[in-house]
Write a protein that binds this ligand. Structure first.
Ligand code: HEM
Length: 511
């Protein structure tokens, strides 16, 4: 958070050196340059020597450049492939890797419970300051503040609140199915990498501020969602250096990508303003915003809470869409690859009324399909940075000092052969009839766990169950043309949430 100030102070000092040397030296440019270069050289050399030979984490293996600077990681992730970068490092250095001067990546099934479980004292790491000054439930690093806000959110996800959401989800899912049917009848491919996003953003827009993006209707990306997704792409390479985002926000707010982000935030803020105006007129549906606004009104703190309301609205949109959409895309990719499993799933679904949420939840194979997709294609592939408590902590058999950032990427955890038999294969039955194929399930936490766990888990599961059930019952799904998902996987980007490449599928309406 101090980065913009530090930048300004150094710029000012350099200017001062220049002005002073202008009075006393024949060549002020050269003098200012020499002084600032020798200063920087001294500073960075001492930092480098310290980080390599004296730092608390010096004994942990990893690339030397990563130990010196996080810019190493920025460079490695320039194409948004952190999930693959980490896999490569694991092959080379083992399961505990120093991926930054003050950061360890630990790939062991025990880690999620250690850093997020009920006994953990870990906090959210500096990464979550990325979006400051915006504040929201998922980005606040203050535990007391988080726990307080979480209680408000929990009201919005009670079983009473969920009934109304599920009805809206079904409504949008049916529109999605109609659109797909239209394309199928015209003999056209269905680009699921667009359609599942249209669906989830429409649903979440409605839940966040009572107004969807109408993308299922217009069959086009809404400009605000475009901005949001472009801005999110920053999280791929720049997650490693959240301080740089602060510099961008304060020093170059006119830069196009920063403008995108600020433009999108402004749009959400205006929608939230309108939503607040509509509140209490008795006409609006009980969306997530309803519960958040109601809480502020009861406390008489609506104006004070405006920042929270704006940030939380963006959170609903991003956390609810950018996670469910890629999971659906990958689930249908796998179903298209495995027609036998698709048939078996359909057979199971024929036996139940898919509009009965309770009965649908009991279709083991359907839950298996979702869990297996989340294992192999996690919606949050590598993110979830935590900071160890002051006194340090033993993680996966290693002592990690306090104040260190620790991360345990789901992408790699899901591919550990010691945890899953035939780990690289998509086998939903490992969660139903073949439990022996899960050798160590401790690392499976696609929705995280403990105090920072996903508040939308129940909604997400019921939404994904319904959409998959509806589409599998109504259509036979296969690949379109010769492509077998090469672009989907090849262009997959890890930008905190997974952003899949294009996938075109063939939907055939069943008789
Ligand atoms: C496939 C679907 C989903 C997956 C895999 C998923 C996964 C996750 C994960 C891993 C976290 C922890 C992130 C972290 O440590 O920084 C999280 C947090 C969160 N998720 Fe989800 N999520 C999904 C759907 C949803 C939905 C539908 C919503 C709600 C609209 C939602 C809202 C949130 C919120 C608000 C948090 C922050 C919770 C807190 O800090 O207390 N998520 N989610």
């Amino acid at each position: 958070m101090q980065a913009p100030t530090i930048f300004r102070v150094y710029s000012l000092l350099t200017t001062l050196i220049f002005i002073i040397s202008h009075h006393y030296q024949p060549n002020p440019f050269q003098t200012a340059f020499l002084i600032s270069t020798s200063y920087s050289l001294g500073l960075f050399t001492s930092i480098t020597i310290y980080r390599l030979y004296f730092h608390r984490l010096r004994a942990f293996p990893g690339p030397k450049l990563a130990a010196i600077t996080k810019f190493w990681h920025v460079w490695q992730c320039r194409h948004g492939k952190n999930h693959l970068v980490i896999e490569e490092l694991r092959q080379k250095y083992g399961n505990i890797i120093r991926t930054g001067p003050e950061e360890l990546t630990i790939i062991d099934p025990s880690v999620p419970l250690t850093i997020d479980g009920p006994k953990s004292n870990c906090t959210k790491a500096v990464w979550y300051d990325f979006l400051l000054p915006e504040i929201a439930l998922n980005t606040t690093r203050n535990i007391a503040e988080h726990d307080h806000r979480r209680k408000v959110w929990d009201l919005g996800f009670s079983s009473q609140a969920m009934v109304q959401y599920e009805e809206r989800v079904r409504h949008h899912a049916e529109i999605l199915a109609e659109r797909i049917e239209g394309l199928a009848k015209e003999g056209k491919p269905v680009n699921v990498s667009n359609w599942f996003y249209f669906f989830t953003f429409d649903v979440m827009g409605e839940f966040a501020f009572g107004q969807g993006f109408e993308m299922l209707q217009t069959e086009k990306w809404h400009w605000a969602v475009r901005l949001l997704r472009r801005a999110m792409s920053l999280l791929g390479p720049f997650s490693a250096v959240p301080w740089l985002a602060q510099m961008a926000f304060y020093v170059v707010p006119w830069m196009w990508i920063v403008r995108d982000w600020l433009g999108m935030m402004e749009w959400c803020k205006e929608r939230m303003g309108e939503r607040i105006e509509r509140h209490g007129r008795g006409t609006e549906r009980r969306d997530v915003a309803h519960w958040l606004i109601e809480y502020s009104l009861k406390r008489g703190s609506l104006e004070r809470d405006r920042e929270w309301l704006n940030g939380d609205a963006v959170t609903v949109v991003i956390a609810g869409s950018d996670t469910i959409a890629p999971t659906l895309v990958f689930a249908f990719y796998e179903l298209a690859r495995d027609r036998g499993l698709q048939d078996r799933l359909r057979e199971e679904l024929e036996k139940v009324d898919i509009y009965d949420k309770g009965k649908l939840a009991k279709v083991g194979l359907l839950t298996g399909v979702i869990k297996e997709t989340l294992r192999l294609w996690p919606a949050v592939p590598t993110g979830g940075y935590r900071q160890t408590p002051d006194g340090g902590l033993e993680i996966a058999g290693a002592w990690v000092p306090g104040g260190v950032t620790v991360v345990s990427p789901r992408w790699s955890l899901g591919r550990l052969e010691e945890a899953y038999e035939r780990a690289d294969e998509w086998i939903p039955e490992r969660w139903t009839t073949r439990p022996e194929m899960v050798r160590d399930g401790r690392g499976f936490a696609p929705f995280s766990q403990g105090r920072f766990n996903c508040v939308g888990k129940a909604l997400a599961m019921s939404e994904m169950r319904f959409v998959i059930a509806l589409l599998v019952k109504r259509f036979e799904v296969g690949f379109w043309g010769h492509e077998r998902g090469e672009r989907l996987v090849g262009e997959l980007r890890d930008q905190f949430t997974a952003s899949p490449g294009r996938l075109e599928l063939k939907f055939r309406v069943r008789g």
